[in-house]
Structure formats: C-alpha cells, structure tokens
Design a protein around this ligand. Structure first.
Ligand SMILES: [Zn+2]
Ligand SMILES: [Zn+2]
Ligand SMILES: [Zn+2]
Length: 111
C-alpha cells in the first residue's frame, strides 16, 4: 500500500487583482467610474452623482443640489437678488449664465 501524503492546499478566497495601480499620490479615484481628481473635495462632490445625495438644500423650497454655488444661485430666485448687471444697459440677472446670454445680444451687430 502506498500512502499518499495529504497535501494542504490553501484556499484562495477572493483574491482579486486590482489591475495596475497608479502610484500617483494625491490622486483621488472614483470607485464607481473612471473619474479621478487631485482634489479630495472634487471627488466628494463627484460621488454625489453616483449616490444621488444632494446635501445642499434650499431653505425656501424643496430644491436640493450637489453644489453649494448652485444653491446660492437658486436662492436668488427667492431673494430677488440680481448681482449680475449689464454694463451696456440696465439689464440685471440673477445668474451669470443668464447675463452672458444677454451680453451676446450686445455683441451681435444690430443693423
Ligand atoms: Zn464616478
Ligand atoms: Zn428654493
Ligand atoms: Zn445689456
């Protein structure tokens, strides 16, 4: 009779290869997609896209958003504040984008 020695085979449980790891410090990689940034705050804000979390909430209505500057722009709708003024006419706007859209009218030759 031949005795077969017991071979202890260590089980490989959940050994995952994470592929090539970028050894760049200060690069914050999103765990959901390929987004990466050097700014930790930017990644945190980016993650809200995946989690659906909207931490900035309007105190006047149920509006909520992922960015504090978006909320500030939104709150002007309630306060009526129009900080963006046209330098060529009395036009005022609550949002920068609105003013920029207005300024294009001035740039176009009116003939
Ligand atoms: Zn992402
Ligand atoms: Zn609101
Ligand atoms: Zn104007």
């Amino acid at each position: 009779m031949t005795s077969i020695p017991l071979q202890v085979r260590p089980e490989r449980v959940g050994q995952r290869r994470e592929g090539v790891r970028l050894l760049l410090p200060r690069v914050h990689q999103c765990t959901f997609c390929s987004y990466s940034t050097t700014n930790a705050g930017h990644l945190k804000r980016h993650l809200y896209k995946h989690t659906g979390e909207k931490p900035y909430r309007c105190p006047y209505c149920n509006y909520s958003c992922t960015h504090d500057s978006n909320l500030k722009a939104h709150i002007r709708v309630h306060t009526g504040e129009k900080p963006y003024t046209c330098d060529q006419c009395p036009y005022r706007a609550t949002q920068k984008g609105t003013l920029l859209a207005h300024l294009i009218k001035h740039k176009q030759p009116s003939s």
